[in-house]
Design a protein around this ligand. Structure first.
Ligand SMILES: [Zn+2]
Length: 180
């Protein structure tokens, strides 16, 4: 029997991680699903805005949309494209629904302000009023999740689930790559 390389998650470990994410936080579940199901590393995920995966903040694109000028080879999982399989799209749609539910401004007009970056923002939650400009993954304080934070989140789950120390967030991408 051929054993998988040491940096990969076994199917049961993947399942345990996804279930634990589902229980603890929709966001974490979506993070792990995207990394495992589309082959994205922490650095690539941290750069995503809602607009990269959705035209309208509701429906999910079949592949991640990047600007033509972007040099982001580290995103690509197939001929330079990052495909979003149906199960991943479904989880992302639920994730966007919970993002939209996080502040009433997504469903009714509220006071807004122009941020120091020139972006029109909700005066209450400070997120961009245009959902497609909001980072796809947010911290509790509504800041973009950094690659470092994504990696430390994974380490929390790894401890909780008693997964091997050698695994890190980017082992999810390695697991995807090995299966592709
Ligand atoms: Zn708001």
């Amino acid at each position: 029997m051929k054993l998988p390389p040491r940096s990969h998650l076994l199917p049961l470990q993947q399942e345990a991680l996804l279930v634990a994410g589902r229980i603890r936080s929709q966001r974490d579940h979506a993070l792990f699903t995207l990394a495992l199901g589309a082959g994205l590393a922490a650095r690539a995920i941290a750069e995503l805005d809602v607009g990269h995966v959705s035209r309208d903040g509701v429906s999910i694109r079949e592949q991640i949309e990047t600007a033509r000028s972007d040099r982001r080879e580290f995103w690509a999982n197939h001929n330079g494209r990052v495909l979003l399989p149906r199960p991943v799209r479904q989880v992302l749609a639920e994730h966007l629904a919970s993002t939209r539910a996080s502040c009433p401004h997504f469903s009714r007009p509220m006071r807004d302000v122009i941020g120091p970056d020139g972006v029109q923002r909700c005066a209450s939650c400070r997120l961009a009023t245009d959902l497609v400009k909001v980072p796809l993954f947010l911290s509790r304080r509504h800041a973009r999740l950094s690659p470092r934070r994504i990696r430390s989140l994974f380490a929390d789950y790894r401890g909780q689930l008693r997964l091997p120390e050698r695994l890190n967030f980017d082992s999810l991408k390695a697991t995807f790559d090995a299966a592709a």
